[in-house]
Ligand binder design. Structure first.
Ligand code: SF4
Length: 305
């Protein structure tokens, strides 16, 4: 660690105590951000730890919809997103207005939204889910005739094939996971014949069909510590490799694609965390009317998991 980094970390730690702040970081954040965080996890784990924290301030190192989810769950806390431009292109592929139009087309349908969606979209939805709990949540809805699933068509496609039922899918996708191609997996399988392939359900179906396991990032971390495999090919955003290597120094983790990097997740760094705590910005606050509706979709999810 260089002097500058050590100095920044010292300043962040002091300010964090003064503000009674907690730093939450998604598994796709830069290594330096993960290393300073109080908690690192996937969207589900982060929303659960936001719901539990006693801190007054949550510095959310992730993308905008994640900070919004923290604000939905903790209206009395100050939620800071260190770079306000850290959005999620998938979440932006649907708006509340377009979802309302879809609901008018299928008035009987239940709406399930992936957590990667805006607070307004969550407010228009019945239940929220993450990649960690989507399958058990939808499995429990066997008596529901029609389901609209937004916005990730590939996660929706994966759930649909897993539980053998048709879902009305929204045509959204994650541009980062789209960069992982079946050829990447085939090439690495040849190179590491003993290696296991684990991929995220946001990947293309052709990639998913080549995997040994399909897991959320939290599920990948558990798999890595429990598996006997010493070579694991990782089909998700490359940032997760930092944590996997740190927690499992004897395992060789191979990114499925060097191009699977989410530019939005990489906008946050130590300087921006320090500025966020110094200037108490950028504050993410969901208006109360939307928050109450969105919270009921998130609460229904948290009841199940
Ligand atoms: S990795 Fe994909 S889904 Fe996640 S924030 Fe980036 S664009 Fe959105």
């Amino acid at each position: 660690m260089g002097n500058r980094e050590a100095e920044l970390i010292g300043k962040i730690q002091r300010l964090k105590e003064q503000r009674n702040a907690v730093i939450l970081a998604h598994n796709y954040q830069l290594g330096e951000v993960q290393d300073i965080a109080d908690f690192v996890g996937d969207s589900l784990q982060l929303s659960q730890s936001a719901a539990k924290t006693n801190a007054d301030v949550i510095v959310f190192c992730g993308v905008h919809f994640m900070a919004e989810t923290a604000s939905i769950l903790c209206p009395d806390k100050t939620v800071l997103l260190p770079d306000i431009n850290a959005g999620c292109p998938m979440a932006d592929m649907i708006t509340a207005e377009r979802l309302r139009e879809k609901k008018n087309e299928l008035p009987e349908a239940l709406v399930i939204c992936y957590i990667n969606s805006s607070a307004e979209v969550k407010a228009e939805s019945d239940i929220c889910c993450t990649s960690a709990n989507a399958v058990p949540i939808i499995e429990k809805l066997s008596d529901v005739q029609e389901i609209i699933f937004v916005p990730d068509q590939y996660l929706g496609h994966y759930i649909s094939s897993k539980i053998g039922r048709r879902l009305n899918l929204w045509p959204g996708f994650c541009p980062t996971h789209m960069r992982i191609m079946p050829e990447d997996i085939l090439r690495l399988k040849q190179r590491y014949p003993e290696g296991k392939v684990i991929v995220h359900p946001e990947c293309r179906p052709e990639v998913i069909s080549l995997a040994d396991k399909v897991l959320s990032t939290g599920g990948m971390c558990r798999y890595a510590t429990q598996s006997e495999a010493r070579e694991i090919i990782i089909g998700t955003e490359k940032g997760l490799i930092h944590r996997l290597r740190k927690e499992n120094p004897d395992t060789n983790f191979i990114p499925a694609s060097e191009r699977a990097i989410c530019p939005n997740m990489k906008l946050i760094n130590l300087e921006k965390i320090l500025w966020a705590l110094e200037e108490m910005k950028y504050q993410v606050k969901v208006p109360e009317e939307i928050r109450i509706k969105a919270k009921s979709a998130v609460d229904r999810m948290l009841e199940v998991v």
